[in-house]
Design a binder for this molecule. Structure first.
Ligand SMILES: NC(=O)c1ccc[n+]([C@@H]2O[C@H](COP(=O)([O-])OP(=O)(O)OC[C@H]3O[C@@H](n4cnc5c(N)ncnc54)[C@H](OP(=O)(O)O)[C@@H]3O)[C@@H](O)[C@H]2O)c1
Length: 213
C-alpha cells in the first residue's frame, strides 16, 4: 500500500514509516518543507536498507498516498488539513494526533471538537478518519529489531478500520476495535496517562494490552 505520512519528519511519523516500509509498504514522508522530507526519506532508506521511502511536501504526499497518516502536533491540523482536503477525499486517514503540551499546567487539553481525530474529520469532510497508534511510542516504533509490546486500539468508520487493522497487523500489532470516532477522545486522553506513567516509573514504553479477548 502507498502510505503518506504528513509530519513524517517527526519521531512518531518516522517510526511508523520504518515499521511499514520493512513490512513491504511504500512510504511518502510529508513535510512543510519538501527538502526536509527528502532528507528524512533518504535517512530512512539508509536505515531500512533501501526500502521504498520518498519525501514530498505534505500536499503532494497526500495526493500520492492511498492511505494518509496525520503525525502532526495538534496545532498543525488547522494549518495543514485545509490544503489537503481534496486529496484526502474518499481515502482512509489515520489520526495519531494527541493534544499534549509538556511543561505547562495541563499535560492534556481536549480540543473543542472533542478530540483531535474529530477535528481532523471536520477539516477533511470527504475522508474516512480512523483514530489509532496513539499508544505506540515513537521510541518503540524505532526499535525495529523488537516486537511492539502493545495492542492497537482504533476507532472510526467501520470499513476504514479494517484497512487500519490490516496495517497494524503488518507491523505485528493486535488490532482492537473500540467503536466509533466519538470514542477518540478517550483513546487520545489515555496517552497522557501513559506519558505520566513513563515519567513516574522512568520508562519509555508504557502501553496498553486488553485482557479477556
Ligand atoms: N512521539 C510519540 O511517541 C507519539 C506517540 C503517540 C502519538 N504521538 C502523536 O503523534 C503526533 C506527532 O508526534 P511527534 O512526536 O512526531 O511530533 P513532532 O516531532 O513535534 O512533529 C512532527 C512533525 O510535524 C511537523 N510540524 C511541527 N509543528 C507543526 C505545525 N505547527 N504545523 C504543521 N506541521 C508541524 C514537523 O515537520 P516539518 O517541520 O517537517 O513540517 C514535525 O517534524 C503528535 O500529535 C503526538 O501527540 C506521538
Amino acid at each position: 500500500m502507498n502510505i503518506a505520512i504528513l509530519g513524517g519528519t517527526g519521531r512518531e511519523g518516522a517510526g511508523l514509516a520504518r515499521r511499514w516500509a520493512l513490512a513491504g509498504h511504500s512510504i511518502i514522508i510529508g513535510s512543510r518543507d519538501r527538502e526536509r522530507a527528502k532528507a528524512k526519506a533518504a535517512e530512512l532508506r539508509e536505515i531500512t536498507r533501501k526500502m521504498p521511502i520518498m519525501g514530498e511536501s505534505n500536499a503532494e504526499a497526500a495526493k500520492l498516498g492511498t492511505v494518509v497518516v496525520l503525525a502532526l502536533p495538534a496545532p498543525g491540523l488547522a494549518t495543514t488539513l485545509p490544503e489537503v482536503s481534496a486529496a484526502c477525499r474518499d481515502k482512509v486517514v489515520i489520526s495519531t494526533v494527541v493534544a499534549l503540551s509538556f511543561g505547562g499546567p495541563r499535560l492534556y487539553t481536549p480540543p473543542p471538537a472533542g478530540s483531535s481525530a474529530e477535528e481532523a474529520q471536520a477539516l477533511l469532510p470527504g475522508a474516512k478518519v480512523v483514530a489509532a497508534f496513539h499508544h505506540i511510542a515513537a521510541h518503540e516504533l524505532a526499535e525495529t529489531d523488537q516486537p511492539i509490546d502493545c495492542d492497537l486500539l482504533l476507532c472510526g468508520d467501520q470499513a476504514a478500520k479494517d484497512t487500519v487493522a490490516e496495517l497494524g497487523r503488518s507491523m505485528g500489532l493486535r488490532p482492537v476495535d473500540v467503536g466509533p470516532l466519538s470514542n477518540a477522545a478517550l483513546l487520545e486522553g489515555v496517552t497522557a496517562i501513559l506519558a505520566t506513567i513513563n515519567r513516574r516509573y522512568g520508562l519509555k514504553n508504557a502501553g496498553i494490552k486488553i485482557t479477556g479477548l
